[in-house]
Design a protein. Sequence first.
Length: 94
Amino acid sequence: MTDLKYFCKHNEVRGNISQLEIKRANLARVFSLIEKKHGLSRTSIAKEVHLTKATGSSLVDELCEKGLVMQIGMGESVTGRKPILLEINPDGGM
């Protein structure tokens, strides 16, 4: 069971979850994934947590703005844009 399904199933009144609660759960999932896997791109994060690219990127941007996540460089790509790789900021939140 995915984290979000578990969250929805076991939180307060089922089916009555606010957008803010969903966003918080998704932020936690994105942060946890970046913490576990070094050097992920926004696209790979969105795929792994089953979010759209736009939503995943927006959540990553929010974590970057809070200083919790940082960009570490460019990844390799055969076609298209080179991905920007991310990791947890060891000094984040301070």
